[in-house]
Design a protein around this ligand. Structure first.
Ligand code: PLP
Length: 424
């Protein structure tokens, strides 16, 4: 594929860092080379001696000597090299990308940073971008101010609808405004906010359309490990289907190891990951190395089986949280709201039947009823339209709190319906 047409004008003009280019002279360098090139602080002057982290299974990660030196110093922009190599092994094992030899992987500061960098690397003002409706709200924040044109695609119980996608693309192209989108953003598994997961068939249909219209797919799979179905029967990722080399896949440790460590990674065609790297180097130099060393040591300690055991436990926990939330909703919201049972993730997406828009109800009157959820408008590509939806997160509340919360919510909705009826 010719990637140059996908790279934004600013990314194409971005100058790579001279200092990081010089690092290549360090590879297999002569021991007598005197390296006066980089501006690293002297690691012997750092106040840390070693780092010990106790795990909940009783094991201890002890970071000393070489990994500690790397953890405290500036590191390579693509990430701590042992971690990069572990992640590549994982991606190859889990996704077997058809064009693996043409792919590369870059560690990012959360998937958020990866997606945001990719959007800036790809899109010029005026470009079209394809988004699911509803869409992860922070992506809408990232896109705001970039002067883009949005093609919002309806979702059904399996995510983005292929028929609507095709019709929207055809309309954009024939409108004569040059509307050929460069990029499409998807959250294929346990989507935020809807909780829907695309089936294998749906993913293949969407990928085929991306191929037909020559669009880069940004696959944000932040909830990949929180799909409640049998881990050995997960639908293939877009990266697994990517015979063209048009998928940038974003993985994250936020939901499975720690959100505060800010360790995630983007995988995809090297020309695109290289452009992200250049963008990253100029903005952050490298991600937090201590976090990356910690994740690397943890993955080493656990091995493939340990990670599997850990994610299986997580899925069991979140599935029981989901069940408790659905029970609370059934108990108190039946007749007031509609919802689909999420197949993964941490959200229940509720449609309020008798309320035209949930924004004022939640933002102005929710707190006085002791309940807070995010109004649907936050996730709407066109936030000027009334929106009957809202998102409830069930990750951090107890079943008892869920029951109380849904009861409070029911009271709030009933009052809102009365208020609306009095205004009409
Ligand atoms: C769909 C989606 N993508 C990305 C993120 C951010 O992930 P990270 O913490 O890795 O930046 C979130 C966080 O909630 C999310 O829901």
């Amino acid at each position: 594929m010719d990637y140059s047409k996908f790279i934004s004008a600013t990314a194409a003009k971005k100058k790579p860092s001279g200092i990081s280019e010089m690092r290549k002279f360090l590879v297999n360098s002569s021991p007598s080379l005197v390296w006066l090139a980089s501006g690293m602080p002297n690691p012997d002057r750092f106040p840390f001696k070693d780092v010990k982290v106790e795990l909940d299974d009783g094991a201890t990660l002890h970071i000393t000597e070489d990994p500690l030196k790397a953890a405290l110093q500036y590191g390579p922009s693509p990430g701590y090299l042992p971690l990069v190599s572990q992640l590549k092994t994982m991606v190859e094992r889990d996704h077997a990308p058809p064009r693996w030899s043409e792919c590369d992987l870059v560690v990012t500061v959360g998937a958020q940073h990866g997606v945001c960098s990719a959007l800036h690397v790809l899109l010029n003002p005026g470009d079209y971008v394809v988004l699911p409706e509803p869409c992860y709200s922070d992506v809408l924040c990232m896109l705001s101010g970039m002067d883009l044109q949005y093609l919002a695609i309806e979702n059904d119980e399996e995510g983005m609808c292929p028929d609507h996608l095709r019709a929207t693309l055809n309309r954009a192209i024939t409108s004569g405004q040059g509307g050929v989108p460069k990029a499409m953003y998807v959250v294929p598994s346990a989507c935020n906010p809807t909780g829907t997961t695309m089936s294998h068939k749906r993913r293949s249909q969407i990928y085929a359309i991306a191929h037909e219209f020559d669009i880069i797919v940004l696959e944000d799979d932040a909830y990949y490990h929180l799909q409640y179905d049998d881990e050995d029967n997960l639908p293939p990722s877009f990266l697994s289907l990517d015979v063209d080399g048009r998928v940038l896949r974003f993985d994250s440790f936020s939901k499975i190891i720690s959100a505060g460590l800010r360790v995630a990674y983007v995988t995809g065609p090297k020309p695109l990951t290289d452009a992200i790297l250049t963008q990253m180097h100029s903005s952050i130099i490298c991600g937090p190395m201590l976090s990356q060393v910690l994740v690397s040591e943890l993955l080493k300690e656990w091995g493939e089986e340990g990670l599997k055991r850990h994610t299986a436990k997580l899925r069991k926990f979140y599935r029981s949280q989901r069940d408790a939330m659905v029970l609370a909703a059934s108990t108190h919201l039946t007749g007031l709201c509609e919802w689909a049972i999420p197949k993964g993730g941490i959200f229940l997406w509720l449609k309020v039947i008798g309320v035209k828009d949930t924004t004022d109800m939640l933002m102005e009157r929710g707190v006085t009823h002791n309940i807070l959820l995010i109004p649907g408008r936050e996730f709407s590509v066109d936030s000027s339209k009334p929106n009957q939806y809202m998102r409830a997160a069930f990750s951090c509340v107890t079943p008892e709190q869920m029951m109380r919360g849904m009861e409070n919510l029911a009271g709030l909705i009933r009052k809102e319906i009365d208020l609306q009826n009095n205004q009409d």
